[in-house]
Design a protein around this ligand. Structure first.
Ligand code: 4GO
Length: 248
């Protein structure tokens, strides 16, 4: 996959290109990265890329011409690249959308700064506005890196073990189960017996029950659209029965 970021701070993306599983995956050629700095596409000799908002108000707005020039260059390098703008006004990102984006051959992610970008960039390009949550940060770079990281870890061979990504929260519409490693006892707390039993079917059932419990208590909204397997329905009934048995 070929990922391009349009950003005033290309160095920030070292977090992705140089570290951890995404860094290793890039070294192994599983994805490529380029940053385009709008400043290098400025139409003035001083490299100004922002200006005051029409209508007044605080802060600065990123100007359309250098952004459009950067977009055009990114498109030239990757004509099939999907254009994305990170913004709190965007569609909230979900695991489903992340896995769709992981099927693309290229992404071009536009990162805003200041008060944002000139609206005509959004009007004049086929561009998807995506939000990583209902909060504001000072630049689109960190949201972009979160989106890109989420996409990359779904690419074949990026994670050490194919099963890792399959286990994660949201993949099957449920939250992940608790995890334990050595030592068996820590601060008076012991690893659940079943996980040490070596009984694979019982372990799988315990984990599924834990996932259902967590989802029920922490994110009941996720269960609304969930297609329950017969085993999940049975376990959920048992859990709800258990909870009713607890006296108030
Ligand atoms: C994206 C961008 C939050 C998100 C941003 C988000 N804040 N929730 N800030 O995905 C334009 C200038 C937007 C700063 C940017």
């Amino acid at each position: 996959m070929y990922i391009q970021a349009i950003t005033l701070f290309p160095e920030m993306f070292a977090a992705l290109t140089e570290y951890g599983v995404t860094g290793r995956a890039r070294q192994h050629g599983l994805w490529r990265f380029d940053a385009l700095n709008p400043r290098e596409f400025a139409d003035n000799p001083l490299g100004y890329i922002d200006d005051r908002p029409f209508g007044g108000g605080p802060g600065m707005i990123m100007m359309a011409p250098p952004l459009q020039a950067a977009i055009d260059n990114a498109k030239k390098a990757c004509p099939d690249g999907r254009l994305i703008y990170m913004s709190p006004q965007g569609t909230p990102l979900t695991h489903t959308r992340v896995s769709q984006l992981a099927q693309e051959s290229g992404l071009i992610v536009l990162c805003g700064r200041y008060e944002g970008i000139d609206e005509r960039i959004l009007m004049g390009n086929d561009i998807e506005e995506i939000s990583i949550g209902d909060f504001v940060v000072s630049g689109g770079e960190l949201p972009a890196m979160m989106l890109i990281d989420a996409v990359l870890r779904l690419l074949p061979d990026v994670l050490g073990d194919d099963r890792s990504a399959q286990q994660d929260s949201f993949v099957d519409g449920l939250l992940d189960c608790p995890h334990y490693t050595r030592p068996i006892q820590f601060n008076q707390m012991v690893v659940p017996e079943v996980l040490r039993s070596g009984h694979h079917a019982l372990i799988a059932q315990w984990r599924l029950a834990q996932s259902l419990k967590r989802t029920l208590t922490r994110r009941p909204d996720l269960l609304k659209g969930h297609a329950f397997t017969p085993q999940e329905s049975r376990l959920l009934q048992e859990i709800q029965q258990e909870q009713q048995d607890i006296p108030l």
